[in-house]
Design a protein around this ligand. Structure first.
Ligand SMILES: Nc1nc2c(ncn2[C@@H]2O[C@H](COP(=O)(O)OP(=O)(O)O)[C@@H](O)[C@H]2O)c(=O)[nH]1
Ligand SMILES: [Mg+2]
Length: 452
C-alpha cells in the first residue's frame, strides 16, 4: 500500500466513525425525548414510601360506605351521585317503615358516602334534639306543687324550726323536745303534737338520726290525716246536696262559689241556695258569684226562712235534674242558739224533701284562726252531723298545722283547702300530699340552690 492509499483509508475511517457517533447521539436524543422522567428518576431516586393505610381507608369511612346501596354506588358515576337522594333506593336496602319518618339528615346519608368528595370523611352530623325528659312539663300542675303554693308560709315556718332543732350534734332528747315545740308553733295543737312525738319515738326506738326522725314524723302525720279520710257521699240518681256551715267571715260564700265552679265542671249543673237570708248584702254577694260561674241561684227576700230557701233549691234541683245543690248558710255567732236551731231546721226540711240530704255538711274553717277552729267545730258538730271540713285561707297563715289538729281531734276529713280569693283557689285535700309538701324544701327565688 502506497502512501496515498493509506491516507484515503485513514480519512474514510475517520468519516465513518464521526458519522456513527452522530447517529448514536441522534438515537440517544430521540429516546430521551420520549421518556425522560421515567428513565432518569428510576435511576437517581429511591421509590417513594407507600401511602399510610389510614389515608385510604379510615375506620370512619367504613360505616358510611356500607350505607350506600351497593348497586347504586357502582352504577352511578361521581358526577351523578349528588342527585342520589332523588333516585329511589335499591330494593335490597329498602327502608323499614319507621325510616320513612326519620328526619332529613338520616335519609340523606347516601350522599355522604361518595368516596371522592372530602365531606364523606367527616363523621355524620349529630342530631342534637333534646331528650324527652328535658322538655318542659306539659299542662297540668303536679299535685305536690299545688299544695306547696298554698302551704308556703306554714312550710317555711315549720321547716326553719325543724332545721334549728335538728342542727348537727344536738342530743336526741333535745331534738324531740324541739320537735314538739315546732309542731305546736305550726298550730298542730298541744295534744296532737305530744301524741305525734310519742309515736315517732315508738317507731324509732332509741337513738336515731335527724333524717330518720324527720321521715318518721312525716309518716306519722300522713297516717293521722289518712286515718280520717272517707269516701265522698253518693246520692245515686238524686242531686248531691252539700251544706256549708261556719262562723261569719271564714269564707263560706267564697267557698260555695269555688265549689260551684268545680262541681259544674266535674259533675254537671249546679244549683245554689242563698240560705243566709240575714243580710241583703249576703244574698247579693252570692248572686254576683253565681253570675260569674254561670250557675242558677235560688233566693228569697232578705229575712225570709233559710230552710224554705234550701227546700226550694232541692225541689228545683230534682225537677231540673241538676247534679248538685250547694247551700250557703249564715254564720252570725252573736245569736248562737238561733243559728244552730236554724241549721238544724235546714237539714231537717231538706231531708224531708230528699231522704239522705244533706249528703254532706262541711264546716268551713279559717286557717288563720288556729286552735280557735277546734272550738268552732265542737259548736257546729253539736248542732248538725259534720262530714268534712273545708280549710279556707291556708295561703294567709303560717299555722296550717291546724289541719293535723282537725284530723286528730275532730276525726273529720279535710275535703278542700282554700288558697286564695279567686274561683280557682280551691284544692282537693290529700293527706299524703300535704305531709310530703310540709317537709319539702323549695328552691330559693334567686336560683337553683335550696334554702339552707
Ligand atoms: N286569702 C284568702 N281569702 C279568702 C279565702 N276564702 C275566702 N277569703 C276571703 O275571706 C273573706 C270572707 O269570705 P266570705 O266568703 O264572705 O265568708 P263567709 O262570711 O263565711 O261567707 C272575703 O274577703 C274572702 O275574699 C281564701 O282561701 N284565701
Ligand atoms: Mg257568707
Amino acid at each position: 500500500m502506497n502512501t496515498v492509499e493509506l491516507i484515503i483509508l485513514v480519512a474514510s475511517a475517520f468519516v465513518s466513525g464521526a458519522a456513527l457517533t452522530a447517529l448514536g447521539v441522534l438515537i440517544e436524543f430521540s429516546v430521551r425525548k420520549r421518556a425522560p422522567t421515567r428513565v432518569t428518576r428510576a435511576q437517581i431516586e429511591p421509590a417513594p414510601p407507600p401511602a399510610p393505610p389510614e389515608v385510604t381507608a379510615t375506620p370512619e369511612i367504613e360505616p358510611q360506605t356500607r350505607l350506600v346501596p351497593p348497586a347504586a354506588a357502582a352504577a352511578a358515576p361521581p358526577s351523578e351521585v349528588a342527585s342520589l337522594p332523588q333516585v329511589s333506593p335499591a330494593p335490597e336496602v329498602a327502608s323499614p317503615p319507621e325510616a320513612a319518618a326519620l328526619p332529613e339528615e338520616a335519609t340523606a346519608v347516601p350522599l355522604e358516602a361518595v368516596p371522592v368528595a372530602p365531606e364523606p370523611l367527616l363523621p355524620p352530623p349529630v342530631t342534637v334534639s333534646p331528650p324527652p325528659e328535658v322538655l318542659p312539663a306539659p299542662v297540668a300542675t303536679p299535685p305536690l306543687a299545688r299544695f306547696r303554693l298554698g302551704l308556703r308560709r306554714t312550710r317555711e315556718g315549720f321547716l326553719s324550726r325543724l332545721r334549728s332543732v335538728m342542727r348537727g350534734g344536738a342530743p336526741i332528747e333535745e331534738i324531740y323536745d324541739g320537735l314538739e315545740e315546732a309542731l305546736i308553733s305550726a298550730d298542730v295543737g298541744v295534744d296532737a303534737s305530744t301524741r305525734l312525738v310519742a309515736a315517732v319515738r315508738g317507731r324509732l326506738k332509741g337513738a336515731s338520726t335527724p333524717d330518720a326522725i324527720r321521715e318518721a314524723l312525716k309518716g306519722e302525720i300522713s297516717t293521722t290525716l289518712s286515718a280520717v279520710e272517707r269516701e265522698p257521699a253518693d246520692s245515686g240518681d238524686a242531686p248531691l246536696v252539700v251544706m256549708l256551715v261556719g262562723v261569719n267571715g271564714v269564707g263560706k260564700t267564697t267557698t260555695v262559689a269555688k265549689l260551684a265552679a268545680q262541681f259544674k265542671a266535674e259533675r254537671g249543673s249546679v244549683l245554689v241556695a242563698a240560705a243566709d237570708t240575714f243580710r241583703a248584702a249576703a244574698i247579693e254577694q252570692l248572686e254576683v258569684w253565681c253570675q260569674r260561674v254561670e250557675v242558677d241561684l235560688i233566693k228569697q227576700k232578705p229575712g225570709s226562712d233559710p230552710a224554705a230557701v234550701a227546700f226550694d233549691a232541692v225541689k228545683a234541683a230534682r225537677a231540673r235534674g241538676a247534679a248538685t245543690v250547694l247551700i250557703d248558710t249564715a254564720g252570725r255567732l252573736q245569736t248562737k242558739v238561733n243559728l244552730m236551731e236554724e241549721l238544724k231546721k235546714i237539714a231537717r226540711v231538706v231531708g224531708r224533701e230528699l231522704p239522705g240530704a244533706p249528703h254532706e255538711t262541711w264546716l268551713v274553717l279559717d286557717a288563720t284562726t288556729g286552735q280557735n277552729a277546734l272550738s268552732q267545730a265542737k259548736l257546729f258538730a253539736d248542732a248538725v252531723p259534720l262530714t268534712g271540713v273545708v280549710l279556707a285561707k291556708l295561703d294567709s297563715t303560717a299555722k296550717g298545722g291546724v289541719i293535723i289538729a282537725i284530723a286528730d281531734r275532730l276525726k273529720l276529713p279535710v275535703r278542700f283547702v282554700g288558697i286564695g280569693e279567686g274561683l280557682d283557689d280551691l284544692r282537693p285535700f290529700d293527706g299524703r300530699e300535704f305531709a310530703e309538701a310540709l317537709f319539702t324544701e323549695e328552691a330559693t327565688q334567686g336560683g337553683s340552690s335550696y334554702a339552707a
